[in-house]
Design a protein around this ligand. Structure first.
Ligand code: PMP
Length: 433
């Protein structure tokens, strides 16, 4: 058997940091990463045969747990028909129909392969439609790694403590304006000064890449109102939240309950069911600006790949109200147990939770976590010991305090029990840090 340490040594030699995506590295928590070799239901198994309860869920796609029988069967059936045709095929429209059926305002859909591509294309489309250049984003929100969206980004950029990324030109950076999240006066001021040059405001429906941060009541509706007032588009990034957070029967985190819709949505993760599929969607008159019906170019050799579409269709078809009720209930249970364990250990913290997405922030009870400044000011050093105590007890958490915890419909009582059992020792480790 090859050990995790040997695999890590080989990986580090061949790939920067030993990873193909920085969020997988153990940089901020320390130690040797576990190299996973299989996944089933709520569990991951590493190269040494150790089994973990998984709270990463492939960073979001695994809403139904790993290897859901219906998803695996659909993928096998698709593979048997060929891996890709480079032509149109029926299951693209089937997935598009499922998205449209659940998302008011998603009249037309363009499939892409990653969330990064979805937001990048949405930005190009917004610029093409409005003829304006500037994009407004919020500090701590992550929208993938396209150049213009890396300023003050969350996720791995936050974990590594970077202000942005080297390699982004000043010209690109100057076309992105960053505003503190939940700060209405700041957004007003930016529109007062640059209103006629703003193509779009892009926001996570509920930020979950600086830890989870809830939009203050009416904040998303305010973005809708101010963009409309100034002729800019609102891009609602639901790569993380789409088909995971439910509100009033709507499978996403949009403001349907408040009676408004964004101009464009981006989706990823759950809609690909674990394979590379993502999408942008919106009103017909906007989406038809995309090539070949319009002048805004977007293309992709693997866009709408039939195997990925099959995984997405099977996932959405099985993402029933019962699935969401289960995931919501278990998230409530685990987040309450997390708070109780940390309270018992005397660790100042807040648990940030929106729907079934939650995360912990240490030393933040005085302010709460309403924006990136709050998230950055936390006692992040407590997370490494907490993370490793959970790992030692067989629970795999995201290896960064800035990431959300993901549950699935496969997290049964046995898996949840293991998480709850592990929390007191981890809380003590956080207290002793
Ligand atoms: N938007 C959001 C809100 C995300 O959380 C992510 C990824 N975590 C992305 C975009 C980028 O998606 P991808 O990693 O598939 O490029």
């Amino acid at each position: 058997m090859t050990s995790n340490q040997e695999l890590f040594d080989t990986a580090r030699e061949l790939m920067p940091g030993g990873v193909n995506s920085p969020v997988r590295a153990f940089g901020s928590v320390g130690g040797t990463p576990s190299f996973m070799v299989s996944a089933e239901g709520p569990y991951l198994t590493d190269a040494e045969g150790t089994q973990y309860v998984d709270l990463v869920g492939s960073w979001g796609p695994a809403l139904l747990g790993h290897k859901h029988p219906a998803v695996i069967a659909a993928v096998h059936a698709a593979v048997d028909q060929g891996l890709g045709f480079g032509t149109s095929h029926p299951s693209e429209a089937r997935l598009a129909e499922l998205v449209r059926g659940r998302v008011p305002g998603a009249e037309m859909i363009r499939m892409v392969s990653t969330g990064t591509e979805a937001t990048m294309t949405a930005i190009r489309l917004a610029r093409g439609v409005t003829g304006r250049n500037i994009v407004v984003k919020f500090a701590g929100c992550y929208h993938g790694h396209s150049d213009g969206l890396l300023a003050a980004a969350g996720s791995g950029v936050a974990t590594l403590g970077l202000p942005g990324s080297a390699g982004v030109t000043e010209a690109q950076a100057s076309e992105t304006i960053v505003v503190e999240y939940n700060d209405r006066p700041a957004l007003e001021a930016v529109f007062a000064e640059h209103g006629e040059r703003i193509a779009a405001v892009i926001t996570e429906a509920t930020p979950a890449n600086m830890g989870v941060v809830a939009p203050e009541e009416g904040f998303n509706a305010f973005i809708r109102e101010i963009t409309q007032r100034h002729g800019a588009l609102m891009i609602f990034d639901e790569v993380m939240t789409g088909f995971r957070i439910t509100e009033a029967g709507y499978w996403g985190a949009s403001g349907r309950v408040e009676g408004w819709e964004p101009d464009l949505f981006t989706f990823g993760k759950v809609i690909g069911g674990g394979l590379p599929a993502a999408a942008l969607a919106g009103r017909r008159e906007i989406m038809e600006h995309l090539a070949p019906t319009g002048p805004v170019y977007h293309a992709g050799t693997l866009s709408g790949n039939p195997v990925a579409m099959a995984a997405g269709v099977a996932t959405l078809e099985n993402a029933t109200a019962e699935v969401y009720a289960h995931v919501d209930e278990k998230a409530q249970l685990v987040s309450e147990a997390l708070t109780a364990a940390l309270d018992d250990a005397g660790v100042d913290h807040t648990v940030q939770k929106v729907g079934s997405l939650f995360s912990v922030a240490f030393g933040t009870s005085a302010t709460g976590v309403h924006n990136y400044a709050h998230a950055q000011a936390q006692e992040a050093f407590r997370y490494g010991p907490f993370f490793h105590a959970m790992l030692d007890a067989g629970v795999y958490l995201p290896p960064s305090v800035f990431e959300a915890w993901f549950l699935s419909s496969a997290h049964d009582d046995a898996a949840i029990g293991r998480i709850l059992d592990a929390l007191p020792a981890a809380a003590k480790a956080a207290a002793d840090a």
